[in-house]
Design a protein around this ligand. Structure first.
Ligand SMILES: NC(=O)c1ccc[n+]([C@@H]2O[C@H](COP(=O)([O-])OP(=O)(O)OC[C@H]3O[C@@H](n4cnc5c(N)ncnc54)[C@H](O)[C@@H]3O)[C@@H](O)[C@H]2O)c1
Length: 323
């Protein structure tokens, strides 16, 4: 089944990007929002995205814009498929055509696909699915963009567990166009294939995650990698530049762990470490077994020292490196 009528539930950072990218790709898009206040917060995000797309297309039309670092694969997969005027027209049409709707039943009555991208709060997502289930037609498929919550937590509240899975995007979806499609136990393989195809149609590069896995593929690799790098420095084994050098020279990768942390932001890294440290005593030994014996305390102290000095990462001009 091809999904043409798409509803995005939630118009935050990611919801607005998903809606804009789907509309850019010619889908009929409605963003469902819960209040007038949400509309006044979402509209400026769409205004900003229109400007982002305009700037990205203009850059891609210059020699500098052709470099892999600047090229936005979500806007045109390669130079051969790039026509600046056509891309600009697609973006302007997206901006004009996205509908904002407060009435859930009206927004979703004929939807092919609902993309839930609401705040990461389990109870609120459950309440939403319970409200949503009775207003949907049988054909409608639902996906969640949740980064940390597993789809099996919500499947039974959707009224259609076989038509439910995760479709996880990365921030700046027009550029970082990875889409992780993750099944839960009840997901129908045909629905899974349709969701993979939809991701393709909106110029994402989909990867299948056939079993539930917290962290999907990317974060299952990235989080332990970054923790290992920080552990080496926090334990006095080496310094950030040398750890990055070892990784880059040894593997040919463009960035080492500390260069990545500077881009992600030290506060985000610190918050994740704090979360691990606050795990209740009873399951700590289990976590220790699973997570290897990282020195979380030393890592947190190292990050906190930098954060207190305003060295928050690349966006702040300095993190582990100066920019
Ligand atoms: N920010 C990221 O980089 C990123 C990346 C991938 C996935 N995600 C996931 O996307 C989802 C949204 O994240 P975000 O960064 O866009 O968050 P956000 O805080 O920017 O936006 C959340 C949106 O949900 C709405 N919302 C919150 N509670 C609601 C409720 N009870 N009913 C209806 N609407 C409600 C808010 O009004 C807002 O529009 C989360 O599940 C998150 O894990 C985020």
């Amino acid at each position: 089944m091809t999904f043409n009528k798409v509803v995005v539930a939630g118009g935050g950072v990611l919801g607005s990007q998903i809606a804009y990218q789907a509309a850019y790709s010619g889908k009929e898009v409605t963003i469902w929002l819960r209040s007038q206040g949400s509309i006044t917060r979402t509209q400026p995000k769409l205004d900003a995205l229109r400007e982002e797309y305009r700037k990205a297309i203009a850059l891609m039309d210059t020699p500098e814009g052709k470099s892999p670092a600047n090229w936005c694969k979500g806007l045109a997969i390669d130079e051969e498929h790039f026509n600046a005027a056509k891309c600009l027209e697609q973006s302007e049409n997206a901006y004009k055509n996205i509908k904002l709707e407060l009435d859930l039943a009206k927004a979703c009555e004929d939807a092919d696909l609902i993309i839930e991208s609401m705040a990461e709060i389990t109870d609120e997502k459950i309440a939403f699915y319970k409200k949503l289930a009775p207003v949907l037609k049988e054909k409608t498929v639902i996906v969640t963009n949740s980064s940390t919550l597993l789809p099996s937590t919500f499947a039974k509240f959707t009224g259609r567990p076989e038509k439910y899975c995760s479709l996880h995007f990365a921030n700046h979806i027009w550029k970082q166009n990875l889409a992780e499609v993750m099944a839960q136990e009840a997901t129908d393989p045909n629905v899974f294939a349709d969701v993979m195809e939809f991701a393709n149609e909106i110029s994402m590069i989909p990867v299948p995650v056939l079993k539930e896995k917290s962290g999907y593929l990317l974060n299952s690799l990235l989080v332990p990698f970054l923790l290992c790098g920080m552990d080496l420095v926090a334990n006095g084994v080496s310094d950030p530049a040398s750890v990055d050098k070892a990784w880059k020279l040894g593997t040919g990768s463009p960035r080492g762990p500390f260069e990545i942390i500077d881009v992600v932001g030290l506060t985000t890294a610190y918050n994740i470490i704090e979360k691990y440290q606050k795990v209740p005593g009873l399951i700590k030994p289990l976590l220790k077994k699973m997570m290897l014996p990282y020195n979380f305390k030393a890592i947190a102290a190292m990050l906190k020292e930098k954060i207190d000095q305003g060295k928050l990462g690349k966006a702040a001009g300095e993190g582990f490196y100066k920019y």
